[in-house]
Design a protein around this ligand. Structure first.
Ligand code: ADP
Ligand code: ZN
Ligand code: ZN
Length: 673
C-alpha cells in the first residue's frame, strides 16, 4: 500500500493546516474534503478536525507524523463549493482556516455530534403543510416600480448580479423580496435572507411566513442547539426553501442556492468585530458570484460603498422612490438648541408637539442612542469624572441599579457619595440616557404610558415581543428608543418622531460617523406616519446650519451621500481606498507599540505602494485592562493590499513580542475605535 497523508484543519489560532498519516485501517477510505476526523493533537488524544485534502507526499518527516484516530462522517459536512467559499473567506480575512470552518458549523457538529438519518425534523410550516397554506395576498397589486424591480431581479436567475434595492421606508421593498423569492421557489431553488437582528424583525419574518407557503427556517440565538443543527441540515439538504437569519446565517450551506437577500444592507451588525472579522454582506456578494445567483442588497439608506458601486455600474441600482401607500414622507423640522430653552433634553417646541399628539391619541417615538441614566458623573468641585478602571471610557450611571456601569466591559461600581479626588459631595449627573429621558417625560406627561426600548429593558427573553405588541395595539403613548427602534418596525399609530440629539455624528473623530448619523436620522424618521396618518419629525441640534445636515434634510439621503462621497474621495478614504487595521493589545502601551513597529518594518518590504499609518494609540486607549495601539494599512487597489496580507500575517505570528501581544488583523474595518 502506498502511504497516504491527510491534511486536516483544526480549530486553533495558527494559520496553518496539520498533516496526519492515513494508516492501513483506512486503506479503502476516500477522505472527501469536508468530512470530520478525530485526531491526536499535542497532548490531547482526541481533537475534532476537518479533512481538507489527501496527500501522496508530506513536506514533513513522515516518521514524525501521527495517525488519525478515526473518521467521524460518512459524507462531507458541506459541498466542495461551500468549502471553497470558506477557504476564500479565510484567505481574504486572514483568519485561520480551521477556526473559520469551525465557526461556520453548528455547535453540536463542532463537538462531534453524529449526523444520523432522520435528524432533520420538519417544522410546522414544513413541506407537508404546503397544501394547507394558500399564498395570502394583501389585496393590492405591486406598483410599476416594484414590478420593474422584481422583473430585473428575476429575469436572469442563473446569472450573478448584485441588485441594490434602494427604497425609502414603506416603499414596498419587502413585497419585492417576497415576489423575487416566489420565483426562486418555483424554480425549486432556495433563498437565504439576512436581517440585522432576528429579535427586531419579527414583523418582517411574520409577513414572509404568511406569504410564502414553504419550509422557512429561522436561525437565531433563541433556538436550542439541536434546532439550529436541524435547520442547518434542512438548508444543506435542500429541504428548507427559505432560510432567514442574522450575520452568522451567511454560513448556512444551501443545496441549490437561488438568491441571496441582505435587508438593511447598511447595518453595522453584518460585520463581525471579534475573532473571524468577516462582513456577511460582502460574503453574500461573493457567494452569489460563486453560485451564479442574484444578490439583493436592500436599504432605505445604502452604505456609501454600495452607492459607489451603483454609480460605477458594478451593482445594478433599483429604486422605489415613493411610499407604497401613497403617503407623503414626514415633514421635518429642525430645532436649534442654541436658541431654545431645554427642559431635560427636550425643547419647548418638541414638548408642545408631543402634547398635541397625545391629545389625538397617537404615538410618539423619541430617539436617543444612549442607554442608562446619565453618560457622565462629574465632580463640580474639581472636574473629576467616573472612569472605568479597566477601560479608558467614562462610566454610565444606571439609576435603576444605582450603579456605574462600563458599556465596554460591563464593569460595575457603586456610585460614590463624595468625589474620590477632592472629597466634596458635589457629584452631578451630566447628559441624558434613555432612563433619564423616561423620568423627565413622566414628569411632563404623568398620564402617558411610556415604553423604554433599549438593551437594558429588553434583556429578558420575550420582553421585546411584549413591548412590540403594546406598541402595535396602541397601548403605549410614548416610545423611547435607541437604535433598536430605528429598524424595520411598522407602528400604525406613530405620527411624531423626535431625534433628541443629532450632534454626535457631526462631531465624532470617526470618519464614518456622519454616514451613520444620516442613516439613523432617515431610518428613524421613516417610522413616522406610515399608515394613514401623516408624520412629523423634530430634529434637535446645536448645529442647524451644518452643511451635511442641511443637505440631508433639504435634498435627501442621495445628495447627502454624494457630498460625503466627494469628501471621502478627496481624503482618499473608503470606498475610494481599502483599509486593513492591525490592532495590538498588551499590558503596556510600549509593548503594543513595539510589536506594531516591527510589524510595520516587515510590511514595508512587500510593496512600496502600500501606505502605512502608525503605530498610533487607539482612540479607546485601554479596554479590559489592556493598552491598545494600531497600525492602519491603506491602498487604493484592493489586490495590492490583499497580496501583502498573507505573507505579512505569517511573519506576524513569528514576530518578537507576538506572545506578549494580542493582535488582530481587521480587513475592511468598520469600527476603527
Ligand atoms: P419596506 O419594506 O420598503 O419598508 P413594505 O414592503 O413593508 O415596505 O411596504 C410598506 C407598506 O405598504 C406595507 O404595509 C405593505 O403592505 C404596503 N404595500 C407594499 N406594496 C404596496 C402596493 N403596491 N400597494 C399598496 N400597498 C403596498
Ligand atoms: Zn472632586
Ligand atoms: Zn470597562
Amino acid at each position: 500500500m502506498k502511504q497516504r497523508f491527510l491534511q486536516v484543519a483544526l480549530p486553533v489560532p495558527l494559520r496553518r493546516c496539520y498533516e496526519y498519516k492515513i494508516d492501513e485501517r483506512f486503506e479503502h477510505v476516500e477522505f472527501l474534503p469536508g468530512v470530520r476526523v478525530d485526531v491526536p493533537f499535542g497532548r490531547r488524544k482526541n481533537q475534532i478536525g476537518i479533512a481538507l485534502k489527501v496527500l501522496k507526499q508530506t513536506s514533513l518527516e513522515p516518521a514524525k507524523l501521527r495517525s488519525i484516530n478515526h473518521i467521524i462522517d460518512d459524507e462531507p459536512l458541506f459541498s466542495p463549493e461551500h468549502l471553497r467559499l470558506l477557504d476564500w473567506a479565510s484567505d481574504y480575512y486572514q483568519h485561520p482556516i480551521g477556526e473559520a470552518l469551525f465557526s461556520a458549523i453548528p455547535g453540536l457538529l463542532r463537538r462531534g455530534r453524529l449526523i444520523e438519518k432522520g435528524l432533520v425534523a420538519r417544522t410546522e410550516t414544513g413541506l407537508g403543510g404546503q397544501a394547507e397554506h394558500k399564498i395570502e395576498n394583501n389585496g393590492f397589486e405591486l406598483n410599476e416600480r416594484q414590478i420593474s424591480a422584481v422583473n430585473s431581479i428575476t429575469s436572469n436567475p442563473d446569472i450573478h448580479c448584485v441588485y441594490a434595492l434602494q427604497g425609502i421606508t414603506g416603499s414596498g421593498k419587502t413585497e419585492v423580496y417576497i415576489e423575487a423569492v416566489k420565483h426562486v421557489i418555483n424554480r425549486n431553488k432556495q433563498a437565504l435572507i439576512l436581517v440585522p437582528e432576528i429579535g427586531l424583525t419579527t414583523q418582517f419574518i411574520d409577513r414572509l411566513k404568511q406569504r410564502l407557503p414553504v419550509d422557512i427556517r429561522i436561525q437565531h440565538s433563541g433556538l436550542t442547539e439541536k434546532e439550529r443543527l436541524q435547520n442547518w441540515l434542512a438548508a444543506r439538504d435542500g429541504e428548507a426553501a427559505v432560510v432567514i437569519g442574522a450575520r452568522s446565517a451567511i454560513w448556512t450551506p444551501l443545496k441549490s442556492p437561488g438568491i441571496y437577500i441582505v435587508d438593511e444592507e447598511h447595518d453595522l451588525s453584518y460585520k463581525q468585530e471579534t475573532g473571524f472579522r468577516y462582513s456577511a454582506k460582502d460574503i453574500a456578494v461573493v457567494r452569489g458570484k460563486f453560485d451564479n445567483a442574484p444578490v439583493v442588497l436592500g436599504s432605505a439608506t445604502p452604505s456609501l460603498e454600495t452607492i459607489k458601486n451603483i454609480r460605477s455600474g458594478k451593482y445594478s441600482g433599483l429604486n422605489l422612490p415613493l411610499r407604497a401607500s401613497g403617503m407623503q414622507p414626514p415633514e421635518i423640522q429642525v430645532i436649534n438648541l442654541q436658541n431654545e430653552p431645554v427642559s431635560g433634553a427636550i425643547s419647548r417646541p418638541l414638548l408642545d408637539a408631543i402634547s398635541d399628539v397625545l391629545k389625538k391619541n397617537n404615538q410618539v417615538l423619541l430617539f436617543l442612542n444612549r442607554r442608562g441614566y446619565a453618560p457622565v458623573i462629574l465632580c463640580h468641585g474639581c472636574g473629576w469624572y467616573a472612569e472605568c478602571r479597566r477601560c479608558s471610557v467614562k462610566m454610565t450611571f444606571h439609576k435603576e441599579k444605582n450603579r456605574l456601569i462600563c458599556h465596554h466591559c460591563d464593569a460595575r461600581q457603586a456610585l460614590p457619595m463624595r468625589c474620590p479626588d477632592c472629597d466634596k459631595a458635589e457629584l452631578v449627573e451630566v447628559g441624558h440616557g434613555t432612563q433619564r429621558l423616561d423620568q423627565t417625560l413622566s414628569g411632563h406627561f404623568p398620564n402617558a404610558r411610556i415604553l423604554r426600548i433599549d438593551r437594558d429593558s429588553t434583556r429578558r427573553k420575550g420582553s421585546m415581543e411584549k413591548m412590540l405588541i403594546e406598541i402595535t395595539t396602541g397601548d403605549a403613548d410614548i416610545l423611547i428608543g435607541t437604535q433598536m427602534l430605528a429598524k424595520g418596525h411598522h407602528f400604525p399609530k406613530l405620527t411624531l418622531v423626535g431625534i433628541i440629539d443629532a450632534d454626535g455624528g457631526l462631531l465624532s473623530a470617526d470618519f464614518r460617523a456622519s454616514e451613520r448619523m444620516a442613516q439613523l436620522i432617515v431610518q428613524v424618521s421613516g417610522r413616522a406616519g406610515r399608515e394613514h396618518k401623516p408624520g412629523t419629525v423634530f430634529i434637535q441640534t446645536h448645529f442647524p446650519a451644518h452643511p451635511l445636515l442641511q443637505t440631508l434634510l433639504r435634498r435627501g439621503y442621495e445628495d447627502f451621500a454624494k457630498l460625503l462621497l466627494a469628501e471621502r474621495k478627496n481624503a482618499q478614504l473608503p470606498p475610494y481606498s481599502y483599509l486593513a487595521l492591525l490592532g495590538a493589545e498588551a499590558t503596556s502601551q510600549a509593548t503594543a507599540k513595539k510589536f506594531l513597529e516591527n510589524a510595520r518594518q516587515r510590511l514595508e518590504k512587500f510593496d512600496a505602494r502600500l501606505e502605512i499609518f502608525g503605530p498610533i494609540v487607539a482612540p479607546i486607549e485601554k479596554r479590559k485592562g489592556r493598552f491598545r495601539n494600531q497600525l492602519i494599512v491603506q491602498s487604493n487597489n484592493r489586490n495590492t493590499l490583499r497580496k501583502a496580507m498573507t505573507p505579512w500575517c505569517q511573519l506576524l505570528e513569528a514576530l518578537p513580542g507576538a506572545n506578549k501581544t494580542r493582535w488582530s488583523l481587521d480587513i475592511d474595518p468598520q469600527d476603527m475605535l
